[in-house]
Every structure is written in structure tokens, then in C-alpha cells.
Design a binder for this molecule. Sequence first.
Ligand code: AMP
Ligand code: GLY
Length: 423
Amino acid sequence: MKVLIVGSGGREHAIAYCVAKSDKVEKIYCTPGNAGIAELAECAPIGAMEFDKIVAFAKEKEVDLVIVGMDDPLVGGLVDELEAEGIRTFGPRKNAAILEGSKAFSKDLMKKYHIPTAAYENFTDPDQAIAYLETAKFPIVLKADGLALGKGVLICQNLEEAKAGVKEIMMDKKFGSAGNEMVIEEFMTGREVSVLSFVDGNTIKTMTSAQDHKRAGDGDTGLNTGGMGTFSPSPFYTKEVEDFCNQYIYQATVDAMKAEGRPFKGVIFFGLMLTEEGPKVLEYNARFGDPEAQVVLPRMKNDIIEVIEACIDGTLDQIDLQFEDNAAVCVVLASDGYPVKYEKGLEINGLEEFDQHEGYYCFHAGTCKKDGKFLTNGGRVLGVTAKGKDLKEARANAYAATEWVKFENKYMRHDIGKAIDEV
Ligand code: AMP
Ligand code: GLY
């Protein structure tokens, strides 16, 4: 089978790694990919939003299956366009990807179907938003409705900050049209857990849990980023939490989407907060998480192609999804200055070490290759992942492996997985 993966980050590298392990796969393509993915796949310089070119490429190469990794093309309807040409595709159609594409939609869905989430109101008029804030309790959370690279969420401590936030999102349009509508929601406290799941429209099978570290600096300080590291499983995702989510969140979401005439096929990522009142949904994403995929997928025992085909064919109930009884930690190596300003084009050395060690992975995010050398080509450069028999061992292994990699301006957090010590 020939498989095309759409995307260019560490998540897509982790997907490509799993796809390459499948006996069913003879050839992998990736658009646009990166230098790490290029070791496993033939990459073509087509942007993820160049739908016509992607469709033409898939036809020309006679691709049997397309896997869309990124949110923008999913929300924009790439799956619909590929399917219209008869190309088998893994990912939600546009009318289902709205689960991630519109926070106002997802909040209304949760309210309508009694899925636990923070109390909220949606606004399209900034004056009404400000009037609401004048009587609200603080801190409070403002969210741009649409996709904003994970940066459209503002936690405001007082009315002044909140008013500035409304201006930023709805009037100055800092996140573009994503700010045409805004959600204002109750501030919650608790541990965050990411749970990814495979969904075939009816059946949902959750994967092992993970936890991300979104802030740039140690101790959860600094700006929000795309994610600076992850661990899996989360020790806070207990049997009790899982049972609750099975009963009130996971299947309820799939059933709600079906009832709305928007059957969801693909990956639903549940961003959960474990509050004192029980688990609540912080957000939905319509794809694998990044860098959650980098710790979840290497632990999956199943052939990813079998699982993906079952999602497309509606036979996921026949799949026994299994994960290894171990742990994994991913530490992101970024360019110093990320997420604001950073240099690119610096030579990366030491990557060959990963070929010598089983259970260690270096997933590329922002890299390219020139004259046979790997160069940095983005803010998040690499995701160094290691397994271990438990989280402590995995963390020690991952941090040891970060030492193998050398590039100027290398930056990482040193406390990925610190929460493990509290268990
Ligand atoms: P989101 O993109 O909706 O996941 O929000 C990004 C981050 O903002 C989350 O991972 C949380 O850390 C934080 N956040 C979002 N919503 C809330 C909330 N209602 N209460 C507290 N923190 C929140
Ligand atoms: N790690 C969070 C995300 O993929 O959105």
C-alpha cells in the first residue's frame, strides 16, 4: 500500500514511524514533511493548505491512503476534497473537524449533550462581552473561537486585563478571523491530561494517556508554546477518572456528533482538566496531539494501518487496541528564543546515536537537510523521546539522550515530567 501523510511536524514523524513499521506499507509520501520524515518517506514541497496540489499528487502517485495530521487542513476540508476524488483518507470531514475549528461550536455541543465542561457564554459583539465581564468572577478565561496555533486563550486576572483581551481578540483581530467570535469561560483549576482516541463514527477506542507542558520555561513559566515536552501515561489518569470519562465524556461526544449529523471519523483529542468536581473537557482537537503523539504512538502495539482502516470502514469495534506496559517521555529541543524570535539554519549533530539505541527516538519538527547536513529550520526543532519501564526511567533516558544532540542555541525545559515526583 502507498500512504501519503500530510503535515511537517514531530507528530507527523511519529505517525510516519508507525506507518513504516506496518507490513502492509510499501511506500510512504509526505507533504511537505521535514528532514527526519525524509528518512522514511519521499517528501514533496507542497503546503498543507494547497489542497488542489495535494489531491493531484495523491492521484499521480496512486496513493491508497492519506493520513492528515494537522488541524488547519482538517478544519479547511481537505478530507472532503480527497474523498470527492475517491481517495481513502483518515481524518474528520470539515463538518466534524469543527469540533476543533470552533470553540463556540464545541461548547454549545457539550452544553446540549450534558458533557462536563467549564460554564461559559459565547459572544460575537465586543460590547456585550465587556458588559458580561463587568459582573463576572475573576480569574476568567477568554478564547478566540477559531484556530490560533494554541495561542488564542487568555487567562485574565481582573476586569482591566479582560477588557484588553476582548480588544486584542475581537477588535484588533490578533488571531485574525479566529476572533470573530469569542468564548468567555469559567476558570478551572486541576491537573491537565490529554487523551487521544480513535473514532469510526460510532465506536471510540481511547489510547494511553499523556500530559503536555505548554509553557516555554521551567516551572510552567513564560509564554505558551506548541508544547515543550510530554510524558505517557499520566499517573493522574486513574481507573476512577477513566471510568468517569467513559461514562460521561468519550462516547457521549461521539454520539453527540452523530446526532448532529456530523459523524466523526479520525482522532479525537480530549484535553481534560481533573477538577475537584471531577474531570471536565478543556478543549477538543480533531487530530493527534503534538507532542503527545511522540509518546503515545511509540507505545502502541497495534499496526497503525489496521486501526486507521477500521476507523474508515466503521469496524473499530473489532480492534483490540493495546499499549505497552511501560512509559515514554519526550523532551522538545527548541531554538533559543522560541516562541518569539529565533535563528534558523544551524547545523545539528549527533542524530546517528538514535540508530544505535532501541527505545530511543528523535522525532524531527523544524529541520531541513542541506549538502548532507541536518539544519535547524523552526522554533521546535526535535522531540527526543525515550521509553523506560516506568516514568522515572523514561525521563532519565530521555534527558540522557538530549545530550547526544548538539546544535547552537539548543534550548529545552529541564522539568518535563516533574509532576511524576508528586505521585
Ligand atoms: P485550550 O487551547 O482551550 O486547551 O487552552 C490552552 C490552555 O489554557 C489549556 O491547556 C489550559 O492550561 C488553559 N485553559 C483553557 N481553558 C481553561 C479554563 N477554563 N480554566 C483554566 N485554564 C484553562
Ligand atoms: N499538545 C497540544 C496540541 O497538540 O494541541
